[in-house]
Every structure is written in C-alpha cells, then in structure tokens.
Design a protein around this ligand. Structure first.
Ligand SMILES: *Cc1c(COP(=O)(O)O)cnc(C)c1O
Length: 473
C-alpha cells in the first residue's frame, strides 16, 4: 500500500479511476496534496466517502427537506453560482426574496400596511431565531436606556424543551436563559410558570410551534392572554417571539383557525425554517416582524458593495440564492392548496404510525394528539420493568434496515425518559410507513427472545438506580 502523498500522480485522462495510484493512497486529512489529479478520480473519492451514510429518504430523524421535484432541483442547480448578496447584479433575486417575506407575513396575518413587510432571510431557523432575539434585546435595551434604567441583565423565558439555538443565542449575546420545565402534566410551556420567571429585564418569551423534542405546540394564544393580563398589571410590555421552525409552515395549512401568529396582540416576531416544512433543500430560514417599528434600525446595514448601496438584515453576508428561488418556486407551483395537501398527507402518515405504535403492547405515545408531522413514544412503564432492551437498541436495529429513527432522553426534569421520534416529511408514503412498522415489530420480536439484558439496558438501569428512582413516569 502506497502512502507517499508527495509522489506525483501519473493519472491521465485515460487512467481508469480504480486503476489509479490515488485509489491506493490515504485521503488527505491534514495537508493539501502537492499534486493534481483528474476530476473523475477526485469526484469518486469524495462521492465514495459519502456513500455509506443513511439514505435521505429513510432518514426519519431530520426535519429538513430531502425531496424536491425535478423542476425545483433544476432551478436551484441553475442558480448554484448566484450569490444572494450581489443585489446589484441579480436584483430580481432580492425582489423574489421580498415577495417570499410578504407571502409569509400575510400567511401569518401581519397587520403591516407597507407594501414590503419587515423580515429577513437566513441560513435556517437558527439565524432567523437569532435575528428575532437580537431585535427583542435591542428594543428592550433602547427602552430601558430611555427610562434611565440599567440594561445589563437581560433575560429570555421559554420552555426547557427549547432547540439548542436559543442556548447559543443567549450565550453569544450574554442573555440569561430562564426555562420552564416540561412534565407529563405540562408537556408544553406552562404560561403561568413562564410569567413567574418574567421581570422588567425579560426581553421576550419564546413559545415554540412544533417543539423539536416532542412534536407538540406551545399554546401561544393562552400565553398571549396571560401575558396581556401580566403586562397590564406590572406595566411591563414583554413581547412574544414565536419559534415556528416547523409550525410556521404547518399551522396555516392544517389549522387555519388556530391563533398563534400576528393575530395575537403580543406576538412581535416569528421565525421559521424554509428548509423544513417550507419544503426547500437546506439552508433557508425566515423571520418576519409584526411591522417595521419592531425591527430596530441598528439591525439594517447599508453597505456599498459591488457598485451599489444595499440594505441588509442578517448575520451572514454572502449566501446562496438558490434556496430563495426554490421557495418562490414552491409558492407558485404548489399554492396554498398544494401545501395543504402535502402537509395533510404528512399528518395522516404520522397519525397512522402514531396509532399503530400506540397499539403495540410495549410502547406508549407521549401525546394522544398529533399536531405536527412528527411524534414521539416511549416504552410502556409496565413493560419496561421487565424489558431486556431499550429504545436505543431499537434505533440500532432499525439502522440495519437503513432507517434512521432516533432515540434520545427528554430535557432536564424528564431526562430519565427515553423516547423515540419519527418525522414524516414529504417523501414518506403509507407503503414506507408499513415497511417501517414491520421492521419495528420484527425487531421487538427479536428483543423479546433475549436471555440477557443489552448493554444499553444495563446502563439505563444503573442510571435509574443512581437517581434513586424506580420505573415510574
Ligand atoms: C430546527 C429548529 C431550529 C433550528 O432551525 P435550523 O433551521 O435547523 O437552523 C430552531 N427551533 C426549532 C423549534 C427547531 O425545530
């Protein structure tokens, strides 16, 4: 086996890819190779390294789009060399981006009267959440400053089932993150408990539409009502930012009458992932403010770039334009009806899997309701007492058939509960659901033949024992 990376490759256009020296040489891990090689060989080396990974279609762990139609794919590939920030060169991309923001703002019932709604595009919800959070922090700071009050101890209140981006946001901007634990009695954000954590330094409360951990929705309407009372009594004016990474593209289509958006008084900004149920390939996120007055001026940067003055709101500068075209294409191609049909199909498949899992003696669903195209379940506590396996074993077993179905423990206060989650995105059919359920049943039948507990079960028993708990929950 040759390991000498300095040896000049003799590969020519005629070299058979797998007859080349490169195929006998370890891949570069630290230094750029000295010599060049043919594009075919370079392509194969990179391509082959990605082969062993999960099939995107069978990846039921991710929320992110793994299917777009051929025209969308063509459109996005055609735009692969377009930088969104070059507004002067590609002004129509910026216009289409603005139209997408308008469409989302109206889908979420904005009261904004301006023709162009206040919003921004991001790489994902992470950037969109950060922008919503920064705006809330700057507004709070400006108000405190004007009142001559200290503004050095901001805090943010949300459920402990937050997505990790909020921890990042709070850490990067030095904001205290105050969390409300979830429990079986309060599986979503408890509004009264959230308000108990609020004070004059609270920059905003962040309910989640489509909680990543559980698939449930925080009750934004109840929170808004309670907050209205609270703000009246205390004289504060704490606003709401809705993290609707999933829900932003689900609720308008499946539950148009449910109020979670700008129809509520205190909702001042909403973020969503265009690359989740917006049905666009990664990375795309959106944030919309209630109206221009909620977007602090300090967040708009006027930059002179490539010959023109442009105004930009965002953490990134250069970014691909393709996803924006993909989003605008989807709006035109699918329309409201198309989105509704796809989301409803995903919901029906989820409901079907949820009900079938619920019928199995060894499992119990976390919630009787399915409100987003994802759900979680855990082991039936009675069954768990004598089980020799855990859901981590089931995850590993399903992986052998190509499925990625993640098992994990819930946040803080419930971290002894192992759950398993399925996200049924566009691309998951009833036939695939039946295959998955069949594989789960077969795996369970095998586990029930076990004579000795699995290593994961032994570790789990130890953890429960250390916590001084028996199998409750
Ligand atoms: C996925 C998710 C995020 C982060 O979104 P990205 O689009 O992956 O950056 C934030 N919040 C919630 C609730 C999410 O589900």
């Amino acid at each position: 086996m040759k390991t000498d990376q300095t040896k000049e490759s003799r590969a020519t256009a005629e070299t058979a890819v797998y007859g080349s020296e490169e195929m006998l040489t370890p891949a570069p891990t630290e230094f750029i190779p000295q010599h060049k090689t043919t594009p075919e060989i370079a392509y194969r080396m990179v391509k082959d390294e990605t082969y062993s990974q999960t099939q995107p279609h069978l990846n039921l762990a991710t929320f992110v789009t793994t299917y777009m139609d051929d025209y969308a794919t063509k459109l996005m590939n055609d735009a692969i060399n377009i930088n969104f920030i070059d507004e002067t060169e590609y002004p129509r991309v910026a216009v289409m981006c603005g139209r997408c923001i308008n469409i989302l703002a109206n889908l979420w019932h904005t009261p904004e009267k301006n023709a162009w709604k206040a919003g921004a595009v991001g790489i994902g919800s992470s950037e969109a959440c950060m922008l919503g959070g920064v705006a809330a922090w700057l507004r709070w700071r400006a108000k405190r400053r004007k009142e001559g009050k200290p503004y050095d101890k901001p805090n943010l209140v949300m459920s402990a089932a937050y997505q990790i981006v909020w921890e990042k946001f709070c850490q990067l901007w030095q904001i205290e993150l105050r969390t409300v634990p979830i429990s079986l009695e309060h599986p979503t954000l408890d509004a009264e408990a959230a308000l108990k954590l609020c004070d004059e330094n609270t920059i905003c409360i962040v309910p989640i539409a489509g909680v990543t951990w559980t698939g449930l929705n925080d009750d934004v309407e109840a929170l808004d009502r309670a907050l209205d009372r609270y703000n009246k009594n205390t004289g504060h004016d704490i606003p709401i930012h809705v993290d609707a990474a999933s829900g932003g593209f689900i609720l308008p289509f499946t539950s148009p009458d449910e109020k979670w958006d700008f129809r509520l008084k205190w909702v001042c900004s909403i973020s969503t992932s265009g690359h989740k149920f917006g049905l666009v390939y990664p990375g795309l996120g959106w944030v919309v403010w209630r109206d221009k007055s909620y977007l602090p001026e300090e967040m708009s940067f006027s930059v002179n770039y490539l010959g023109a003055n442009i105004t930009q709101v965002g953490l990134n500068f250069s970014r691909p334009a393709a996803q924006i075209l993909g989003q605008y294409y989807n709006f035109i191609r699918l329309g409201f009806d198309g989105y509704r049909e796809i989301q409803q199909n995903s919901m029906s498949i989820t409901q079907y899997c949820h009900d079938e899992i619920g019928k199995m003696h060894c499992f119990r669903n976390y919630s009787p309701k399915v409100v987003n195209p994802l759900f979680i379940w855990y082991m039936n506590p009675e069954y768990e007492k004598r089980a020799k396996w855990t859901l981590f074993d089931l995850q590993a077993s399903l992986q052998q058939s190509g499925w990625m179905v993640p098992a994990y423990t819930l946040p803080k206060s419930m971290d002894e509960v192992i759950v398993m989650r399925v996200v049924a995105r566009q691309g998951m059919s009833r036939d695939m659901a039946d295959m998955l359920l069949g594989d789960i049943r077969n795996a369970v039948a095998e586990f029930e033949k076990l004579e000795y507990p699995t290593p994961s079960r032994i570790a789990y028993e130890k953890k429960i024992h250390q916590k001084g708990r028996v199998f409750t929950h």
